[in-house]
Design a protein around this ligand. Structure first.
Ligand code: 3PG
Length: 247
């Protein structure tokens, strides 16, 4: 049996301001740092050890991982940073307030933008300063690989190659992995691992900074999954994420 630990980053400045973030590279808040440290404490107390860590190229996930590993006294672990674990690109919604959008367009429309499997939010123009086509961290990608918007289906389409090429083979080779990423890149993985249907994934929300443990069989099929620590608190935190898009 294998174990895989997924952690959504701690609260970011734009989580606090309730703004669509996507590929915008915002910092953790003090609460977010504490959530990351608490994740590290939970993992340490439960005796978790890792061989390698994965994260995105966005600092809210990278710093969450760093704080978590520092709390575990495992700062020295090798870390792979892969853009394919980035948050879903939120297109033209990036920077806008989620509740304001719900007031303007209605809760149902915002739910479609946030949670539908295959309807992307409005696209950015390719020269929009909120886009990433001039960002040096993506310089090795072809322009068309750098999204101007993404639905969850698009996110799955880039997360899964990362899983299949890098993460799954590493797990099968016996590497114990912790992965710090984002609400929707983790939803993409959860959808795949748990084989969740396109309609049912709408109801899945990932709370900030709580380790989500997957126990996997030899074929990497989930035996069970659970949040470490207080299950009720994790459920409440997930429900609070769901509510962020309501007027
Ligand atoms: C964002 O990019 O705005 C958040 O990290 C995830 O947002 P969501 O919960 O609205 O999808």
């Amino acid at each position: 049996m294998y174990k895989l630990v997924l952690i959504r980053h701690g609260e970011s400045t734009w989580n606090l301001e309730n703004r669509f973030t996507g590929w915008t590279d915002v910092e953790l808040t003090a609460t977010g740092v504490e959530q990351a440290r608490q994740a590290g404490r939970l993992l340490k107390e439960a005796g978790y050890e890792f061989d390698v860590a994965y994260t995105s190229v966005l600092k809210r996930a990278i710093h969450t991982l760093n704080h978590c590993l520092d709390t575990m006294d495992r700062d020295w672990l090798p870390v792979v940073k892969d853009w394919r674990l980035n948050e879903r690109h939120y297109g033209g919604l990036q920077g806008l307030n989620k509740a304001d959008m719900a007031k303007q367009y209605g809760d149902a429309q915002v739910l479609v933008w946030r949670r539908s499997y295959d309807t992307p939010p409005p696209s950015l123009e390719s020269d929009d300063p909120r886009g990433q086509r001039q960002d040096p961290r993506y310089a090795r990608l072809a322009p068309e690989q750098i999204p101007l918007t993404e639905c969850l289906k698009d996110t799955v389409a880039r997360v899964l190659p990362c899983w299949n090429e890098a993460i799954a083979p590493a797990i099968k080779a016996g590497q114990r992995i912790v992965l710090a990423a984002h609400g929707n890149s983790i939803r993409a993985l959860v959808k795949y691992l748990d084989n969740i249907g396109d309609d049912d994934i709408v109801g899945v929300n990932i709370p900030n900074g709580i380790p989500l443990v997957y126990e996997l069989d030899a074929d990497l099929k989930p035996i069970k999954s659970y949040y470490l620590g207080d299950a009720e608190a994790a459920a409440k935190a997930a429900a609070a994420v769901a509510s962020q898009g309501k007027a």
